[in-house]
Design a protein around this ligand. Structure first.
Ligand code: SF4
Ligand code: SF4
Length: 339
């Protein structure tokens, strides 16, 4: 496909995934937030702004994604968005479950934020609400309609697991009807609540989608959605043994910030105190060894070393014990431009 490309990690931009609080009104069954590791506090505006300032001066212009928990529960989110704009962040995104608290859409304008990104995990009420909680489907759809009617650009994130992959094909007509501009398919990570479900064993976690199912399903559906003019992004996940493996922790500039001050370079490390940086007041400092940086350089035939350590159920070996494929960095994406 001409409009399909692998989005290798951008070496010219910095991405800030900024969790400004961990509190949330929902309790999704696959939530990756781990309050023991990420803190329970809501960051004061002054701290949010000073942490934004720490990245604003970098030579690579930065993109910021405001996350939670549910970031719209933060009464000062709109002020943080305006601060990021003032500091010339290249793009600003708010990830939301759709409840849009604190009148956020009337406190910022479509020219102040690049995307409002909604999370929906089923094309039907029953599947979505089984995962995300009763009433969340209707709330999300009404939030999208409100945002689109006010002129905001919207995207939608679908976290694919064995419980909802059967409905992914039904998303295309729904996305078209809603006026969504970008569609992100994510793979379920064995983190947060999912990790606590006893999936740290060698067997595949019951929520993980098999390699065959993933390869048979995702690219085809992504193409169908792209035909509606919607740009689709999904993780590459699997690499052939002769494909080049790269760890984003070594070659890209991503920062996953949590309200307790921890700053990770790799999302798969977030369940552990392996963060390589932390904020002390408004200063960003490096942490002592051993941390995630010590893992990134380890070369294993299975590809991503963190995947090998924490979610090996998606690996497969031949009879000589050689991996049949590699697992790509979770940050390596395929993108199909809307046509
Ligand atoms: S909306 Fe997000 S933060 Fe809230 S419970 Fe669901 S996955 Fe977790
Ligand atoms: S997911 Fe794996 S490959 Fe990607 S940054 Fe983390 S350790 Fe590196």
């Amino acid at each position: 496909m001409k409009n399909k490309k692998t989005v290798s990690f951008s070496k010219n931009s910095t991405n800030i995934f900024f969790h400004i609080l961990t509190n949330c009104n929902l309790s999704c069954s696959h939530c990756y937030i781990n309050k023991e590791q990420h803190g329970k506090n809501t960051l004061p505006l002054k701290t949010i702004n000073s942490w934004l300032d720490a990245f604003a001066g970098k030579k690579n212009s930065a993109n910021v994604i405001f996350l939670g928990g549910e970031p719209t529960l933060h009464p000062d989110l709109f002020r943080a968005v305006k601060h990021a704009r003032k500091k010339e962040y290249k793009s600003i995104t708010i990830d939301t479950n759709g409840y849009l608290f604190n009148g956020i859409l009337s406190k910022i304008g479509p020219d102040e934020v690049d995307y409002i990104s909604f999370s929906l995990d089923g094309a039907t009420i029953s599947t979505n609400d089984m995962i995300r909680g009763k009433g969340s489907y209707d709330k999300c759809l009404s939030g999208i309609k409100k945002a689109v009617s006010k002129g905001f650009s919207t995207s939608l994130i679908y976290t694919a697991s064995s419980t909802n992959i059967h409905e992914l094909g039904l998303m295309a007509p729904l996305l078209g009807k809603l006026g969504i501009e970008r569609f992100f398919i994510q793979v379920i990570g064995i983190r947060g609540k999912t990790a606590k479900r006893g999936s740290l064993k060698e067997e595949p976690c019951s929520l993980q989608v098999s390699r065959k199912k993933w390869l048979d399903t995702i690219p085809e559906i992504a193409e169908k959605v792209a035909e509606l003019g919607i740009t689709v992004t999904y993780p590459k996940v699997y690499l052939d043994t002769d494909e080049k493996f790269e760890c984003a922790g070594l070659v890209a500039d991503n920062y996953f910030i949590f309200p307790n001050g921890r700053v990770y370079r790799c999302p798969l490390c977030e369940d552990y105190p392996l963060n390589s940086m932390e904020f002390k007041g408004s200063r960003l400092i490096n942490t002592k060894k051993i941390n995630e940086l010590d893992l990134f350089g380890l070369s294993v035939p299975e590809g991503c070393v963190m995947n090998r350590l924490i979610q090996p159920g998606n690996l497969s070996y031949n009879q000589d014990g050689i991996p049949e494929y590699k697992i790509a960095c979770c940050l390596l994406k395929e993108e199909i431009a809307g046509i």
